[in-house]
Design a protein around this ligand. Structure first.
Ligand code: SAM
Length: 241
């Protein structure tokens, strides 16, 4: 184990997350696959190993600092890109069934390769727009936990993500420091999509800048009305504001 892995392990131990040797080696494999595939396709702007561990892996796992992951049986990650936050969460909490939705097929191909390389089971990588996939009965009103990191502003994001959440389930929108305006702009979409903003949980990444992160927690209180989500493309082009 080198210094980067030792630090990663210690930083997570401070959050009561214990990494096994197997999980540590899965994260290392993830890093290698990410940077190797990144040479052929655009997956991430972050390729420095230490930064990947902090800004992708630790950041993704921050959801579990505030959610009782043992109670999450089914999670979905919308606009997962290279697998953030769902793949780090699946590595740490392998009991979960994970559904990833992304509209870019190349990223889905990477994720299918990655999950095989990591030996993960019960991860389904779905190619398509969230607006279309959320219309399928097997995905609609279904998941205990839905996540989205760096996909869109909250008013549009609610329409992409809340249709997947089951009643009384949770949507976590992962944001940086600048989230207040989009939260203020989201009340109409929240109501339309039957979501209720609960609270924000804040943390600092253990990087040199102590970058701030904010997790916006939204609970779904009723099934998604039939009229949502609107036609693919509309939620982000014309958000419910
Ligand atoms: N969540 C990852 C992360 O934090 O690194 C990826 C973020 S990337 C900026 C946004 C991703 O959302 C892209 O992979 C893109 O293909 C996907 N995306 C954008 N609109 C989408 C939609 N309507 N349905 C599904 N995926 C979408």
């Amino acid at each position: 184990m080198d210094l980067i892995q030792t630090r990663f392990r210690e930083q997570l131990a401070m959050k009561n997350i214990e990494l096994s040797e197997h999980q540590l080696s899965q994260f290392e494999t993830y890093f290698h696959e990410l940077v190797t595939w990144n040479e052929k396709m655009n997956l991430t702007g972050i390729t420095d190993r230490e930064e990947v561990y902090v800004k992708h892996f630790y950041d993704s796992l921050s959801v579990s600092f505030f959610v009782s992951m043992r109670d999450v049986m089914q999670m979905s990650d919308i606009g997962s890109g290279a697998g953030f936050p769902s793949i780090p969460l699946k590595i740490m909490f392998p009991h979960m069934k994970v559904t990833i939705v992304d509209s870019l097929n190349k990223r889905i191909q990477f994720l299918n390769h990655l999950t095989a390389a990591l030996g993960l089971s019960d991860v389904s990588c779905v190619h398509g727009r969230a607006e279309d996939i959320a219309r399928l009965p097997e995905h609609r009103d279904r998941y205990d936990l839905v996540t989205a990191r760096a996909v869109a502003k909250l008013a549009g994001l609610n329409e992409l993500c809340l249709p997947f959440v089951k009643v009384n389930g949770t949507f976590v929108a992962m944001k940086g420091s600048d989230f207040q305006q989009e939260l203020d702009d989201s009340s109409y979409s929240l109501n339309e999509l039957r979501g209720k903003y609960i609270y924000t949980r804040s943390l600092e990444l253990p990087d040199a800048e102590h970058s701030s992160r904010n997790l916006l927690f939204i609970r779904k209180f009723a099934p998604t009305p039939k009229s949502y989500p609107r036609k693919a493309g509309t939620p982000l082009k014309t958000p419910l504001i």
